[in-house]
Ligand binder design. Sequence first.
Ligand SMILES: [Zn+2]
Length: 108
Amino acid sequence: MAKYIFSSLINCGICNDKKYKGICERGHNKYICQNYQYKNCIRNILIEDDLLKFFKIYCNKNNIEFNPTPLLAQQHIEKIIALENSCFEVYYRNGDMQYCKENGIKFV
Ligand SMILES: [Zn+2]
């Protein structure tokens, strides 16, 4: 996968400063705070496959064809907040919210 699907959508909820950027480690797309390279934030990784899993659940629930691209993500996701321990919150433009905590999923 050449493109990072969730680029520009992930805000750091730890330093509340920078966005997360895409990195590729061992063939897997991941995201990390841009402040980490300056030692101003912790190494907290979000894995793209985890985010895709949540996005797929949302798409199925709303009868949206799941064909993940950066454009589809931007059309439906308002923002993602990255939290400690690789947890995150996803805020959708239709008001839906998903909360990932320790591999659990919760819709609000
Ligand atoms: Zn940060």
